[in-house]
Design a protein around this ligand. Structure first.
Ligand code: ADP
Ligand code: MG
Length: 377
């Protein structure tokens, strides 16, 4: 049996099922939720877009996390780029051929070409521009459009996020015959703010689905490759699964881990993991991540990793040992929101946890008022 083929088929089946849901309720964007680095963007790019294209969609992608300051402009920019690629003829010959000859030069022997055809300028107001761009794209392409917006919870952090959602909702309604949308999100908290804020147009708008983590279809090819490189050696499937769960179902991390095990020829996956997390490379990565935070934020982070309630009296007492800290509940709250915004902490159920379970283990072994933190602003 060809495993890679099975793997691709399964991914395509997931993409197909999402397209089916969209067809049933075109006005309601699908929102795929999963923690960071689980594979959402990879899925959009590698599976959903190709499957949608095969079904006749023109796909447009925008990352709202990377364009937090101006999300609607980022969406419009993505639409304009796609529109440009539809409009630019594939060669200069094509361009000339599209331009009608308006006059014959008297002095020269050649002919002069007329102006490039220029459509009416697009409206400047972003919401109107969005509508106009969708209209133009649909007219040019003469088929359906799939708008893929990555990390939509970024809209919860911007002052005009609700307006952006209102604009999206309006265009998805008026253009429902030609426009479908898929969103992704990686913060439960951010999505909850978006979805449930009373009066927000997002309320009862998007259909939220949990984006599934990868399983054996991802792990088996890794194990197969390992055995190919090390004939006679095998990785235990149950161990692989257990460790994949331990690393939070992050495929890139798992691949790196198996690569590291392969270079040492180790087959014990748990041993491989403990070597991997204590490697110099990993230590310096985590050290750098930690040093990007203030001493106080580092202290709060370590407290969370150790399972202390961050606003408790005990945490405040321990934080007081950080030179110049003078901890208050307000300062801890600020630190928590800094760490969440940086994607280091994340909301899980009723509490707040370190997003990366391996980083959490590393942090839990540190002290809240670590000597290494002293003197950092
Ligand atoms: N189905 C997959 N097969 C193999 N590798 C994957 C797969 N999905 C994701 N990855 C790897 O994991 C990394 C993180 O995935 P990404 O899509 O960026 O996560 P997310 O968007 O959820 O944060 C990618 O760089 C990619 O290398
Ligand atoms: Mg992503």
């Amino acid at each position: 049996m060809n495993r890679m083929k099975t793997f691709d088929d399964i991914e395509s089946a997931l993409a197909q099922s999402y397209l089916g849901l969209l067809a049933a309720q075109p006005r309601r964007p699908l929102t795929l939720f999963a923690p960071r680095r689980i594979g959402k963007t990879f899925f959009l790019d590698h599976d959903l877009a190709p499957v949608a294209q095969q079904s006749g969609f023109l796909t447009i992608y925008a990352d709202l996390w990377l364009n937090k300051s101006a999300p609607l402009e980022a969406i419009n920019h993505a639409l304009e780029e796609v529109l440009d690629t539809l409009q630019v003829p594939s060669s200069a010959v094509g361009r000339a051929a599209k331009t009608p000859v308006t006059k014959v030069s008297i002095l020269g022997s050649g002919i002069e070409l007329g102006e490039e055809p220029s459509p009416r300028p697009l409206p400047d107001k972003p919401a109107l521009r969005l509508d106009a761009l969708v209209t133009r794209l649909a007219a040019k392409y003469q088929g359906k459009l799939l708008l893929m917006l990555d990390e939509v919870q970024a809209l919860a952090d911007v002052p005009d996020g609700v307006d952006v959602i209102a604009a999206l909702r309006a265009v998805l309604y008026t253009k429902r015959k030609v426009l479908h949308a898929v969103f992704t999100g990686s913060s439960q908290e951010g999505l909850a703010v978006l979805m449930t804020s009373v009066g927000s147009p997002m309320y009862q708008f998007a259909q939220i689905l949990t984006f599934p983590s990868l399983g054996d279809d991802f792990l088996q090819p890794l194990a197969n490759h390992f055995s190919k490189v090390h004939p006679g050696k095998q990785l235990d499937r149950a161990e692989l699964r257990a460790v994949f769960m331990k690393v939070g179902f992050k495929p890139a991390l798992m691949r790196d881990l198996v690569k590291a095990m392969s270079s040492e020829g180790i087959t014990d996956v748990h041993l491989g993991l403990s070597r991997y997390v204590s490697s110099d490379a990993q230590m310096s990565l985590w050290g750098a991540l930690l040093n990007g935070c203030s001493a106080f934020d580092q202290g709060v982070l370590v407290a969370v990793a150790q399972g202390l309630p961050p606003l408790s009296a005990q945490t405040l007492r321990e934080l007081a040992a950080i030179p110049g800290a003078n901890p208050t509940i307000g300062k801890v709250r600020t630190a928590l929101s800094n760490l969440k915004r940086a994607g280091i902490l994340t909301k899980a159920g009723a509490g707040t946890v370190v997003d990366d379970p391996l980083f959490a283990e590393y942090l839990a072994k540190r002290r809240i008022a670590s000597r290494a933190n002293a003197g950092k602003p």
